[in-house]
Design a protein around this ligand. Sequence first.
Ligand code: MG
Length: 170
Amino acid sequence: MSLLPDRIFGTYQEITVDFLKSEGIEAVILDVDNTLIPYEEIEPRPAVLAWINTLIEANIAISFVTNNHKHRLQYFNRNLNFPAFHDSWKPFSRNMKRAMRAMGSTPENTANIGDQIFTDTWAGKRLGMKSYLLPPIRDKRDPFTRLKRLLEKPIVRRYYAAQKEQEQKE
Ligand SMILES: [Mg+2]
């Protein structure tokens, strides 16, 4: 199993319906913190809602799987009411399986979108689903987060090296 993300994007907004359709994706599992909103915010911004709406209109199923706690996720999801799973302990993938069950999707047509390789990407890859990585919106500066980012670096570098190789072939 590789921890290499299938694609790295600049923001969630770059992940368009057209792209998802071209990849055969019919359902997405979204991380919340630093993927859709920074840690300090509690509500989805209008831009997040607008992006989510484009997915809804295209009949792409949506769910949230976060390692954060119940109250945080419930508040974020209170007007959206998507299948939502808190305290997920990603990279464990149990809640991603539950999310797929709730959406009626399979690893073949589900993508997971998150900002951390060692939680989000890993959990998704474990189940054999497409995993798209985003840079964190606003990272915490504590030593643990910094260490995680440091460990992610070689994998991100490998991704860009592979992409470059691919481009040269084309
Ligand atoms: Mg996150």
